[in-house]
Design a protein around this ligand. Sequence first.
Ligand SMILES: Cc1cc2nc3c(=O)[nH]c(=O)nc-3n(C[C@H](O)[C@H](O)[C@H](O)COP(=O)(O)OP(=O)(O)OC[C@H]3O[C@@H](n4cnc5c(N)ncnc54)[C@H](O)[C@@H]3O)c2cc1C
Length: 223
Amino acid sequence: MPHTLKLQSIRPITHNVNELTFPRPDGYDCTPGQATELAIDRDGWRDEKRPFTFTSLPDADHLQFTIKSYPDHDGVTEQIGQFEGGETVLIEDPWGAIEDKGPGTFIAGGAGLTPFLSILRARQARDGTLDGYRLIFANSHEKDIILREELEGMPGLKLDLVLSKEKVDGLHHGQVDADFLDEAGLDFGDTFYLCGPPPMEEDVSTLLKLRGVTDDRLVREED
Ligand SMILES: Cc1cc2nc3c(=O)[nH]c(=O)nc-3n(C[C@H](O)[C@H](O)[C@H](O)COP(=O)(O)OP(=O)(O)OC[C@H]3O[C@@H](n4cnc5c(N)ncnc54)[C@H](O)[C@@H]3O)c2cc1C
């Protein structure tokens, strides 16, 4: 049975990403990195379920999602980007293979940050530091970087911001490709976490495997 959630607040965090907060239904437990299927509770939309990741802390009294809108898709995220107070959504049970397996290198593209956001937030809340955690976060342009200030302020987190379509002082320019991985000073004996657009995930996972990263040390959502 889906849970009906009434929107508590919506906050823009980039030009096309919003943070949505809902009250947590009683007994609804999810772990950092998990996602759920969400549909808009309106005629014509209830069967249009889309996966989104919880970005709230596991013990918070609310559920939060961080959702990038694609107005050119004429789909669910376009509608969500136009939400105002009082809207209701339907969510299913939580699921997902991405979980915190300890320190390692997290490689995210765009909205692929979301499972790592919840893992890093929860680990910071638990340990007070993210020593041993590194985040490589790839975007097209500087304006696309989600929650940059929060990420830069996470204690102990080593953060690399990579922009593919814009040169900005202090940020890497280019793709997360073979050259980037070879020059980033990575330990390929480490645990790697990967989440991003499917072509990026395919390319980066192939490159990591060629460098000796085994399946059991590569954490990602399988198809
Ligand atoms: C496990 C998982 C967790 C996720 N978590 C998050 C999250 O936390 N935050 C987040 O922002 N995203 C997340 N996503 C991605 C999110 O699910 C998609 O962005 C969302 O499903 C898009 O829904 P949509 O209805 O707007 O567009 P779509 O379902 O992509 O498309 C709707 C319509 O537009 C058409 N269309 C598709 N692509 C294009 C295109 N390029 N141009 C024009 N038309 C197109 C389709 O044919 C379809 O008819 C997650 C994905 C997965 C798999």
